[in-house]
Design a protein around this ligand. Structure first.
Ligand SMILES: [Zn+2]
Length: 419
């Protein structure tokens, strides 16, 4: 990458663990960082003001290309001035490529060299995503960081399956990078001719602006690319370490602003996941951010940081919160459990979040049992506060040379249980 669309500086190290600053045009992000997931343009169950508040202080959130493309559709977001304006979030964002969501549809998809055909989970309409289409959707969404379009092999994939998938991902990574460069080069040109010219080299059979419903808009509508983005590549290879190493090497050859490990936490055993991270993260380029996609619990985050990861995202704090589960410093607490019916303690005695300062387990259980929406809201708030505070403590520990001690004490406290 020749242009500094993002800047990344590692400022402290302890073992493989790193603490640094990732700077985007929307401000600095201290790493290691946890990114709450905003699937449909909203981090479910929490207001943006609270994400921005000093208590949570989320500096970057995720948007899901697949979901936003299907609904409300890319024309709506373009007409509303891009994703940040549409949702009212001025801090940094990262968009995934849609590859993983399509993968998770399983039997509903068909993969060809060109891209992935699948049926919309909303109305069953036939849809098609390719590297070029994904990159263009992401350019219109306008997040500071976009992801290459990849294919994910299942955790238990055989060597042959994993290789085929990895090779396809590498070809798609190259196409993603090429499409990205074309669009970014012409991004500030608002005239239709230049945009059309930018798109003409993509070799696409389908119109890159084809929508999920199958209707087509004209390329002249690509008018939302006022800012350059950074593109990250994704390392695949399932649990096969030699494939993972090869995938990393060849992804780095293509050249990206950051590198992600994809295809983990998809059904493989936890030691396998940690083994892949341990093998790959320290070999990733030292000067670029390293992003572990879709992982995990707070203890997973700490173990991955110890192996050299800088960025994380996961739906667990929000999804589990909606299902009545709280993450605490002594493990997970299921608020549905009858033992909490008269419990006067907060969710986590160690937690300083506004939910723990105000409410008891007994009240939260009552809300949950009554089907009150506030139960989901409060549990989501606590879980996000807990994840973000854990990362804050991780960063402080690395910067003060206390990370090994922090990791040991965190693990000990976690295993002591809720009592
Ligand atoms: Zn709390």
């Amino acid at each position: 990458m020749t242009d500094h669309t993002i800047d990344f500086e590692v400022q402290a190290r302890e073992g493989e663990a790193r603490a640094g600053i990732l700077t985007t045009r929307r401000g600095p992000i201290e790493t290691p960082v946890f990114m709450p997931v905003g699937t449909a343009g909203t981090v479910k169950g929490i207001r943006f003001e609270e994400l921005e508040s000093p208590e949570l202080d989320a500096r970057i959130i995720l948007g899901n290309t697949y979901h936003l493309w299907l609904r409300p559709g890319i024309e709506v977001i373009r007409a509303c001035g891009g994703l940040h304006k549409f949702i009212g979030w001025e801090r940094a964002m990262l968009t995934d490529s849609g590859g993983f969501q399509v993968w998770s549809l399983g039997a509903l998809r068909k993969i060809t060299e060109e891209g992935t055909e699948f049926r919309s989970h909303i109305d069953g309409a036939s849809c098609f995503l390719s590297p070029e289409i994904s990159i263009e959707i992401q350019a219109t969404l306008g997040a500071e960081i976009a992801m290459a379009f990849d294919e994910c092999a299942p955790g238990e994939a055989t060597y042959e399956e994993a290789r085929r998938s990895m090779e396809l991902t590498l070809r798609w990574a190259k196409r993603s990078r090429e499409a990205f460069e074309r669009l970014q080069r012409y991004g500030t040109a608002r005239g239709s001719e230049r945009v059309r010219e930018a798109l003409s080299g993509s070799g696409l059979e389908v119109d890159p602006l084809a929508t999920a419903s199958g209707s087509v808009t004209t390329p002249a509508q690509v008018n939302n690319l006022r800012h350059r983005q950074a593109l990250f590549g994704i390392v695949q290879g399932a649990s096969h370490l030699d494939l993972r190493r090869e995938s990393l090497e060849r992804t780095v050859e293509i050249g990206f602003a950051g590198y992600a490990i994809g295809g983990l936490s998809v059904g493989e055993e936890k030691p396998v996941m940690l083994e892949v991270i341990e093998e790959i993260a320290p070999r990733m380029p030292p000067d670029n951010p390293r992003y572990l996609m879709g992982v995990g619990t707070p203890e997973d985050l700490i173990e991955a940081v110890a192996r050299g990861i800088d960025m994380f995202d996961c739906v667990m704090p929000t999804r589990n919160g909606r299902n009545g589960q709280a993450f605490t410093s002594r493990g997970r607490l299921n608020i549905k459990n009858a033992r909490y019916a008269e419990d006067q303690l907060p969710l986590d005695e160690e937690c300083k979040c506004s939910v723990c300062r105000r409410h008891t387990r007994a009240f939260l259980r009552h809300l949950y049992q009554s089907g009150e929406m506030l139960a989901s809201i409060l549990l989501t708030h606590h879980n996000l506060a807990f994840f973000l505070d854990t990362m804050r403590r991780v960063r402080q520990a690395i910067r003060s040379g206390q990370f090994a001690k922090f990791r040991r004490e965190y693990t000990e406290q976690l295993s002591s249980g809720l009592g």
